[in-house]
Design a protein around this ligand. Structure first.
Ligand code: ZN
Length: 290
């Protein structure tokens, strides 16, 4: 009875914290690119510009600048209560807001169910939240801020040292090699594209993201993760070309696929390495005529 009660409380606490985290992720997704833009504009001059960071000013409607009352900052429920419209100007609030909040909760529960309701599962939840923020930020602004890619890398390396040995955490050796080769793979691809096709295929944020993902999935799952991401990107790209939503001249963000593939590899890594080793076995036996 007591155990059930404790478990129930734990589930409610997790839901509460992860919805709040999702709400914070929405702030990060909206504000980090604006902060980067402002920093580039103003250079080093510290004029009397209004303070704008993750903590100030209070949340406002992007359309009418009306401050949002605290009562309407409740994740998901506010959006539903307002039927997705700003209270004062009826501007339609992007469905991204409740989706990110729900997404944060789903990712938290997925990893706690997979790896246990334990303190050791907290870093992997943080990792999945960072991947979610990176994917959406890249989709919306085409940016992968250092403020998100570096924490991904550092938490990956640090948890490999502090909690290695239990899934999904890889050994420090695997994490370091994953981080280095993740960066190198994308950097080399970029340089090859630049020299051969004279095209900027991706940005430096992509290298850092790949490095952070390498630190999390480890060297063994790095290649399967990149292949999975490319496959997802290819499928979506073909669909978009087919419905003419996308012309081949414009670039396509790769980070959403890379983040999704990495989240899959982290959550279901054991299954993925089984698939990848049986695939290798099938290939080997086919090649050897067995
Ligand atoms: Zn408004």
């Amino acid at each position: 009875m007591m155990v059930e009660l404790h478990f129930g409380l734990l589930v409610i606490a997790t839901l509460f914290v992860s919805l709040l985290a999702g709400s914070l992720l929405n702030v990060v997704i909206h504000r980090l690119p604006v902060m980067i833009g402002r920093a580039e504009e103003s250079g080093n001059s510290l004029g009397d510009v209004e303070r704008f960071d993750l903590w100030a000013p209070r949340s406002r409607c992007p359309n009418c600048r009306e401050q949002i009352p605290v009562a309407y900052l409740v994740p998901v429920l506010s959006w539903m209560a307002l039927r997705g419209r700003c209270r004062s100007c009826a501007w339609s609030i992007p469905v991204r807001y409740p989706l990110v909040e729900l997404g944060a909760a789903v990712l938290a529960f997925a990893s706690l169910v997979q790896f246990g309701f334990a303190l050791a599962s907290v870093p992997v939840v943080l990792c999945l939240w960072l991947l979610l923020a990176l994917a959406i930020t890249d989709l919306e602004s085409g940016l992968l801020p250092d403020g998100l890619t570096y924490p991904l890398l550092w938490t990956g390396l640090l948890s490999s040292v502090l909690i290695s040995g239990s899934s999904p955490y890889v050994s420090p050796q695997s994490a370091i090699l994953g981080a280095v080769f993740g960066y190198l793979a994308f950097r080399l691809l970029y340089e090859a594209f630049r020299i051969l096709l004279r095209r900027e295929s991706m940005g430096f944020g992509d290298f850092k993201l790949a490095s952070g993902i390498g630190a999390w999935v480890g060297i063994d799952l790095l290649l399967p993760t990149i292949i999975m991401a490319s496959f997802m990107g290819l499928c979506v790209g073909l669909v978009l070309v087919a419905v003419r939503r996308y012309s081949r001249t414009e670039g396509m963000p790769f980070a959403p696929y890379l983040s999704l593939a990495a989240a899959t590899a982290i959550l279901f890594g054991d299954g993925l390495s089984n698939v990848s080793s049986s695939f290798q076995a099938i290939m080997a036996s086919t090649l050897l005529g067995g």
